[in-house]
Write a protein that binds this ligand. Sequence first.
Ligand code: MSP
Length: 600
Amino acid sequence: MAVRINCSIQNTLCLLNPPLFSLRYRASRLKLKPQLHRRALFCTCATTDGPPQSTEPYVVTTPLYYVNAPPHMGSAYTTIAADAIARFQRLLGKKVIFITGTDEHGEKIATAAMALGSSPPDHCNLISQSYKTLWKDLDISYDKFIRTTDSKHEAIVKEFYSRVLANGDIYRADYDGLYCVNCEEYKDEKELIDDNCCPVHLKPCVSRKEDNYFFALSKYQKALEETLNKNPNFVQPSFRLNEVQSWIKSGLRDFSISRASVDWGIPVPDDKTQTIYVWFDALLGYISALSDSQEQADLQKTVSSGWPASLHLIGKDILRFHAVYWPAMLMSAGLSLPKMVFGHGFLTKDGMKMGKSLGNTLEPNDLVNKFGTDAVRYFFLREVEFGNDGDYSEERFINIVNAHLANTIGNLLNRTLGLLKKNCQSILVVDSTTAAEGNAFKDDVEKLVDKARIHYENLSLSSACEAVLEIGNVGNSYMDQRAPWSLFKQGGTAAEAAAKDLVIILETVRIIAIALFPVTPSLSWRIYAQLGYSRDQFDATTWSDTKWGGLKGGQVMAQPKPVFARIENQTEVEDKGVAIGKTVKSKGKKLKQAQEVAGA
Ligand code: MSP
């Protein structure tokens, strides 16, 4: 069992560092509310470090990914989800700051670099770049990419550390316990499985004894309990809140925030013999990412550029760090808490968490190369209920993507454009509003769009996709019921009605394109191009364009061309094989090695 021994009451450095009165002075200058008892600088209002609510940006973050190995589908999953949320919020007209990045310090990264015969900085540059490349291939529209080795980040971490120290929340003590290097975390013996193995990574924990600095987490037990009671939406989905509450209830123990044995990290201010613990360092990336200054980052100026975050999206394995440690750290530093932490489930392979350490990963590049970006994004967001675990199966992937994107949406557009070309020279005969006058079909579509919006707002991404697909289904049923191909044959008023029906269906597909844009941005653009819009027109669309009435009479459609190619030859796809825990030939040698080392 991990025990802390020889605990000195207060870090002696505190006496040498800025005394409390200087922090009090800063606090009054910053209009923080100092409460100089238990938590001296816990800011209780959210108004001090952000602009007024109406102009507040929507700040969404992904975790900062460890660069021990290149990204796999599990890491891509969080980022795709964050991207869909960011794109939806932008469609609503919000100013969005979408933050992602890489977590580059600590023992795990230094060991990975060494195993490859590389220096930590070179290794980090290589792997961090592989994340950026994948994000480009997956159409990830991030605004900020923070690397924890950026100098602005280091400045912010040091200033934050000094604030917490000045608040009396850091002290020195010895630690003796079992450490999981892959989690970068000391573990309780009762959490471990056979042979002291970590239950997540299935690797033995190592015994460590160190003289460290500690953060007084236990001081914040009551404040955390109160925060969660007052704001039960802070942790989502709601079933994860119970988990967090029970951790807190079972008693919070102070945790060590420095390492004497790790060189690859940010030095502890005024003690060069220790580096700051990787989590105490990385969490600050959510704030340092907001700084525009490379060299002269200043904590207070930075928080005024968008903090607090609206949403931290994370996997369930790092919930404790985000819902317990991080809020307490922020309280100690007198900063506002993020508004929400959403812990999603795992992508699993054969029931086991897909991960770099277990070596059972799915290669996102392979999937993108074979099936395309939209298919990958759509499948994982549609198939895995956001918050729960989801298993990948290639057969299911192909079936879903073919049925939904190629058939329900792509084929509906293609056959309608074919009929319009044949019978109306690809020109819309009337405005879509006129075409749908007195037609209840339009109301059905509007109801479904509204349903999709509510699901997006609640982060129910799979249900949002389902609602949009339902619009495609009603569109197909309408087409089949009306059978415009035979109405055209009848001529006269029947043919006029058929021409209107085509406008109605094309308007429906236009609405689908916008409503599905957060999930399938490229497909949505291809649909818009088929409907005769320019890229500028497409880029200017907002969620309000999901209202019926966008298509106007006289608009000329493009030559019909499939917007989503059906995955025809399943055997061929299987022959090529999606690499599970394998590497890709086209990858650089070093990246390939990095993957192998992490999986070893
Ligand atoms: N570096 C820390 C995060 C620091 S945030 C200030 C870290 N990095 S990680 O690379 O190991 O994991 C990043 C994220 O990827 C986590 O949210 C984790 O849950 C997620 N995933 C890793 N494997 C996953 C799956 N198989 N499925 C879904 N998400 C998973 O933790």
